[in-house]
Design a protein around this ligand. Sequence first.
Ligand code: Z5A
Length: 207
Amino acid sequence: MFVTFEGMEGSGKTTQSEWAVEYLANKGLKVTRTREPGGTRLGEHLRKILLEKEYSLTPFAEIFLFAADRAEHVEEVLQPALDRGEIVICDRYIDSTTAYQSGGRGLPKEWVENLNKLSSKGLMPDVTILLDCPVEIGLHRARSKGSPPDRFESENVAFYQRVRSTYLQIARLEPGRMHTVNSSSSPEVARVQIAAILDDWVSRKHP
Ligand code: Z5A
């Protein structure tokens, strides 16, 4: 079972995906947690290039780096773990590319979707949990972390509005895969819904 967590920065992906690993492991299930960009040795290098403000990447250069990260991640980490029968929980995957590079940066959607198919070798999540909250809440949480803003955190509110509306559009188009969870209030409130989604999928995939 392949689970992805998506959402804008500060929506709570890291907090909730860490919790989800613990929740499933406590049921005796074998779980691998990973992330994009990152998750492999090459990916962690690419992550630095993508997030550090040192590099002013063009949208085309940026999307190819995300695609290279994903190609490596799918072959080296995601597919092998799924082949071993493990549950894989991944913090960001192809929907991030659609939301940020197409919605945020404005690259043509069809073009981004084709690159997503190539870089992922067609590997799609069984279930995607979209943590959704107003842009102002997400940005406030992210900027309260105290660390200097990275290349994405420096983007303006309009950029994040486009990211959010692209995510919500994917959720409308793919209701069977993408489940939207309101993450505006406390993590505990969102967890009730996340647990129900995970339980449903575990009963289907790992009866
Ligand atoms: N990116 C891209 O453009 N294209 C791609 O294809 C991919 C990625 C794969 C790096 O992602 C950047 O890469 C990302 C998009 C781009 N940039 N942005 N934006 P990242 O996932 O590493 O970075 P991030 O999104 O900035 O993560 P983050 O700042 O760590 O946010 P988060 O994981 O969503 O939030 P969090 O750390 O779990 O929680 C933030 C705080 O909110 C924390 O103190 C929580 O306790 C608190 N909080 C309050 N309420 C809640 C609820 N309800 N749930 C969870 N947490 C809550």
